[in-house]
Structure formats: structure tokens, C-alpha cells
Design a protein around this ligand. Sequence first.
Ligand code: PMP
Length: 426
Amino acid sequence: MTAHLSPLLKQATPVVVDHALGSWIHGTDGRDYLDFTTGIGVTSTGHCHPDVVAAAQEQCGKIIHAQYTTVMHQPLLELTAKLGEHLPAGIDSVFYANSGSEAVEAAVRLARMATGRPNIVTVQGGFHGRTVAAASLTTAGTRFSAGFSPLMGGVVMTPFPHALRHGWTTDDAVDFALAELDYLMATRVDAREIASFLIEPVLGDGGYMATPPRYLQGLRERADRIGALLVLDEVQAGIGRTGRFWGHQHTDGLVPDVIITAKGIASGFPISAIAAPTELMAKAWPGSQGGTYGGNAVAAAAGVATLGVVERENLVQRAADRGAQLLDGLRRSLADVSEICDIRGTGLMLGVEFGDPTAPAGSAGALEAARLATAVQQACVDEELLTLTCGPTGSVVRLIPALVVTSEEVDAGVERFARAVHRVCD
Ligand code: PMP
């Protein structure tokens, strides 16, 4: 019997990789693709960074799978120490899992156990993963939860301060969203039963839209007032991606209770983590979380090497600089394209939105926006540039280059992207 890959997989490009290095994926079709997807914001140090490859190879010769609930291993202790150098004051305890979704589950479980409260309040348009709990918290499109019902209970949705979607100023959007949250807490979910607020500093799959700092501060104030936790999902925005080490560092003075991280932490090896103050972690009992593969030794060694590269190669600042260059280049070269309504970016998380953002979901206008975004993403493949779409209605093309992307590669990306846009829109 010949087996095939499941049709459950929906692939954004037909590319089959032969090998990859830095910002480039070399296909078995003989073409060289400039990779502005980085495995959905994972390979921040570029594909196969030599330091990461060497660390993983060396670790494979020592121990591959040490099983952290049985024996501890050196790379995980080192990764924890290194990560600690970047964690906000007071956040000094780290628990590891394998994927972003698993870390989200870990954060939910911690929040519920530590507070003894059931409800997680999260925003409309967020993405937190594919497992049932994570999908229950995800509203970046029904495609992520359809067919999963009944979803996990104890999830309460509140509007995201989405200025563009309403044609408002950011201030008006924040006022609206905070007022709606207060209304929700007066009418739907009692403050005494809220375990945590959960949010991404920059919406990822939900459209590459930065969460306004004043909204994050509003959540912090409310969490403090009612004794709930502020949990930040930094899976996509963390580890330098936004031009700060953590995405929430764009909000002055903000300190979360729990940080969820994954993706960029180990250059593609599957490892994720939640970080919180030790006193908070200690409120959940030892052994309440774990797993066979969590905190894998090779992944942890790759993580140590990755953080070393981030530091030595100054990747946080480079993300800010190259992100500004890419944003500027896209805005300049696409200024005259009427089908584009917004070009935005936080560091190297950039989104180009098509169509009328105020068009109601499901309307002809929204469907046309999604059609344009998908057509441009497909045209990019022909131009040998890999991008992805995102947004609740699929109207955004996102560009997520490696943090090691060069100035020349950014320029090449802008040119290729502009050619793809003109092919579709002219
Ligand atoms: N949270 C965020 C913000 C994400 O972007 C993602 C993945 N796109 C996840 C959670 C889930 O991570 P994973 O796919 O590793 O389970």
C-alpha cells in the first residue's frame, strides 16, 4: 500500500525543500526562494545557523532524550539561566513543553490552579493554538475551532481594540474595548471568577496587529484590582521578533505575571515554555504538569545556541532596523495601490492588508479582500518570495523574515513583493 500525506494538511505553497540556509530555501524544483515565512516566525536566526547546527549535533552525541521528569540535563539548566537574563524582574521560574499550544495549556492550568478561579478572559481575534484548550481561546478565524465543539468552558471573549476595523482612532478603539470589558465584568463574568486575562502583544494569526499599549495597561490595572493574572502569549512576538526582546516591552513598565514563549526560542527545534514568579508557580503542585518530551535536550541545546546568536549578532536591534527598512520600502513601493488599505509592522512582524477593513465579515467586500491577499501570496511564490496570509477574514499578507535578514535581502523582498502585488492588482 502506498501511503500519502493526509489531505488534512493545507499547504500555502507547493515548495518541497531540498536545503535551506539563512534567509533562503532551495527547492527541489531548482528555485531559490527568499523565505519571509521562517516556518511561521520560528527560524529567527536563519535556516541552519552554524552555531545552532553545531550545538544540536554535539548534544546528539551526549544525550538526545533525557526525560526531565526522570533525570535533569545540562542544556535545560543552561537555557533557563540564559532565558532568565531576558525575563522581567520577578519572573524567575520556567516550565518547559514542546509547542506553543502546549505552553498555552500549561499557562491556563497554572492560572486556574494558582487562583482557584475558572475563567480566562481573552480578546476576539487572538490565536493561541490548535489543541482543544488553545483552540477554545482562539478567535482568529472559525477554521481553527470548527469541528471541535464542544470547546473548553471557562473562556470569555472581549473585543480587541481594533481601530482599523471600525475606522476609529486608536484611542477611541481602546476606550471602547476597555468599556466593553468592564461591561462584560458587570454582566457576564464576575471579577472574582476571573483567573487571568490572556492576550498576544501583537496579534499573530489574527492579523499582525499590535495591541495598543494603553489596552495592555488597562488589562494590567484590572488584573491587579481583581486579583487575576495577566498572561501574555509571546509565542510569535517574543525573542526579538518585534525589535524588543519581548513584544510587551513596547508598553512602558508593563510586567506580566506569566509569559508564554516558543517559536523563536530554538531556531526550529520543538520547545516551548511558560515563565512566571516562583511563588506563583508554587501555587500549583509539583507534578501537576509534565510530559514525555517536554524540554528535550537537543532542543534545549539549540535554544542555548539560539539565545547566544540573538545576543552576539545583536538580533533584537537588527529586527528593529530591518523591520523599519522593510516597512518603509513596502510603504514607498506600494503607496499607489488602492487595493491595499494598511501596511503595518512591529519590528520584523509585518502585515499588508487588502480591501476595505470595515467591510463586514462574510460580505462581498471581505471576500474580495481575502481573494486579493491569497492571490498576492500565491504570486509571491512565482516571484520566489515566500509569504503567508493571516487575519480573521484572511485579508492580510504577512512577512516574517529571519532576524538575520540583510539589508539587500530586505530590498529584494520589497521588489519581489511589489511585483507580485502589481501582477494581481494591475
Ligand atoms: N500562540 C501564538 C501567538 C501563536 O502564534 C501560535 C502558533 N502560530 C501558537 C500559540 C501555537 O503554537 P504551536 O503551533 O507551536 O502549537
